[in-house]
Design a protein around this ligand. Structure first.
Ligand code: MG
Ligand code: MG
Length: 592
């Protein structure tokens, strides 16, 4: 299908937006009127630029306050409209978005609104313009697509049809199923936006918090499937008002936006039972293959891994890279091209069934491919770069032989640590939503509902990306961009069956565990009623604790090394969380 984007989604001038949309691969754009009004280019020049870039101009928007009004206001509305039709003819745009009246309507009558749209349709016909009538979620009288469709039916005019906007329909909780009853030729335009579940007035929600499909809480694949079943064949167009996307890099946002549409179209086709989706089919990853920490000097990380009972597995035969393992946990320490870098989390390897398919899907979704120097006879690994720069490698299966490239260490698998529980990735604020879509679309992970945790330097937004069964869990945190301590820290959580024993042994080897204050244990005892003996033991070992209906969580932290630290986790029963209530205590301790 043809893919389009409203210029309001992007930052910069109209010309910059058009270049970015074309470069990303969009087929067309919606011209947002304020972008045109502010442009130094004439409508004819915009039209010529669009033709040169191979972009169609699919919609002129918005036109407001035309129906449900007194005759006097309506006459003035016709005058405004005619001036816009002239501009549209100069641009070469044939469809205008007409919003339901949210400002000046005083007549609550479908018949009056239909008669006014019919008369506007007569005028539009003289300019070859079609009117796509959209029910705004906050329209004064018309705020439901079923009512806007009734008005369009009553207007019964070839130039008058509907614009369906997923936000206006889903934000109000209106059932989109009735879209299938609307004749396809009367659906003139389709606008797509996702949004997080928020309790706030719908106008502010729409103007500031819309998201690209796949990033919010709406079921957009089901929504789009209804529209496609109705027979709609026009463009799929994104209309996302979002404070972040309007101030971040336009080229990057355009690629991010197109990725969301490709994902949505694929999901909708699958929801409709199409055998082949748009994208290469993949299964979610089944586990962590490795986690890589990079630094000019990884020595301090090796010390901590040794204290945690990891075994040195060996040094790479041709690169300054070491491998440490314990159970299924593999930590790669990389000193290649890391001059002046403090330890930081640089790559995550995930086990997938079919690494070639995963790489192909990544390319289809425009995920940047990672190129690392490879050497003859070494196992090639496919990888893509996540929005925050973390490299995601596809391993496991036929490519697990890379471990054999490490020599000279002990063959032992190490100690009490059994594997990687989760990897916590700090996200720059402007890439958070993009990261959610990236992990959803490229890796087929599920986005859990977001939570907010109060940290010593502000609120930390957090959202966990996980595979079915939680073999892979990637909590994403939005953190302050840079503070006096440098970039935010990432962490690797290691799972064991007895965190108390791991901490005791690690301490005996000299590990300094992150200290936890006595106040925390006073509160824990009060909140959860744990017995005095358990409290004493946890306090003595600086172990944090949480409990829910499903089970228990014990965890302890190492000190931060550069920009990375380790967490030791013990899960009992079906506890599926991350001890979020303890996070403020951990962050305060790290700040000290
Ligand atoms: Mg809209
Ligand atoms: Mg954690």
């Amino acid at each position: 299908m043809r893919r389009s984007i409203a210029t309001v989604c992007l930052s910069g001038s109209l010309v910059a937006k058009m270049h970015a949309a074309a470069a990303a691969g969009f087929d067309g754009i919606e011209v947002f009127e304020p972008d045109l009004v502010a442009s130094e280019l004439s409508p004819e020049e915009i039209r010529a630029l669009a033709a040169r870039l191979g972009l169609s101009l699919d919609l002129y928007q918005p036109f407001r306050d035309i129906e449900g009004v007194t005759d006097e206001l309506f006459r003035d509305g016709l005058r405004r409209a005619e001036a816009k039709f002239v501009v549209m003819n100069r641009l070469g745009v044939d469809t205008m978005l007409v919003c339901s009246n949210a400002g000046t309507a005083t007549i609550d009558s479908d018949e009056v609104s239909a008669a006014q749209l019919r008369e506007l349709g007569d005028l539009a016909a003289r300019y070859g313009v079609r009117l796509a009538f959209e029910a705004l979620a906050w329209g004064r009288y018309v705020d439901d697509y079923r009512r806007s469709w009734n008005i369009v039916e009553l207007a019964d005019h070839p130039q008058v049809g509907l614009c369906l906007d997923s936000f206006h329909i889903l934000s109000r909780g209106h059932d989109p199923a009735a879209i299938e009853q609307i004749p396809a030729e009367k659906i003139f335009f389709l606008q797509l936006a996702d949004a997080p579940a928020l309790s706030m007035d719908v106008l502010s929600w729409s103007r500031h918090h819309r998201l690209f499909p796949g990033e919010g809480s709406f079921d957009l694949p089901a929504f789009l499937a209804h529209v496609l079943r109705a027979g709609y064949t026009g463009p799929l167009s994104l209309e996302v008002f979002n404070d972040t996307f309007r101030q971040t890099d336009v080229g990057r946002t355009a690629v991010h936006a197109l990725r969301s549409l490709l994902w949505l179209e694929d999901q909708a086709r699958r929801a409709m039972g199409d055998a082949g989706g748009l994208l290469t089919d993949i299964e979610p990853p089944t586990g962590f293959d490795f986690v890589e920490v990079k630094a000019e000097d990884t020595g301090p990380v090796e010390v901590v891994l040794g204290q945690l009972g990891f075994a040195f597995r060996g040094r790479h035969r041709s690169k300054p890279v070491n491998l440490w393992t314990s159970g299924d946990a593999r930590i790669v320490l990389n000193e290649q091209q890391a001059r002046d870098a403090l330890p930081h989390l640089s790559a995550v390897g995930l086990r997938v069934d079919d690494d070639a398919a995963a790489a192909r899907r990544g390319a289809e979704l425009m995920a940047p491919a990672v190129h690392r120097r490879t050497y003859a006879s070494e196992v090639p690994l496919e990888a893509v770069e996540a929005p925050d720069g973390t490299e995601i490698f596809f391993g496991g299966g036929s490519t697990s032989g890379w471990v054999e490239e490490f020599r000279g260490g002990s063959g032992a698998s190490g100690g009490l640590v059994l594997g990687v529980d989760h990897v916590n990735l700090a996200q720059p604020w402007q890439y958070f939503d993009e990261a959610v879509l990236f992990y959803t679309s490229v890796l087929a992970l599920d986005a859990q509902t977001g939570v907010e945790v109060a940290g010593p330097r502000g609120l930390v937004r957090s959202r966990v990306m996980s595979s079915p069964g939680s073999a892979v869990r990637l909590p994403l945190n939005v953190v302050p961009p840079v503070d006096e301590h440098g970039p935010a820290s990432q962490h690797i959580a290691l799972v064991c069956s007895d965190v108390r024993q791991v901490v005791r042994e690690a301490r005996a080897r000299g590990l300094a565990v992150l200290p936890v204050p006595t106040n925390y244990y006073d509160d824990l005892q009060a909140r959860l009623g744990i017995d005095a003996e358990l409290r004493r033991e946890l306090e003595q070992l600086d172990i944090l604790y949480d409990r829910d209906a499903d089970g228990e969580y014990f965890n302890a932290y190492t000190q931060t090394i550069g920009h990375v630290f380790f967490e030791i986790v013990e899960r009992r029963g079906g506890y599926g969380g991350y001890g979020a209530t303890n996070a403020p205590v951990r962050m305060a301790a790290q700040q000290r």
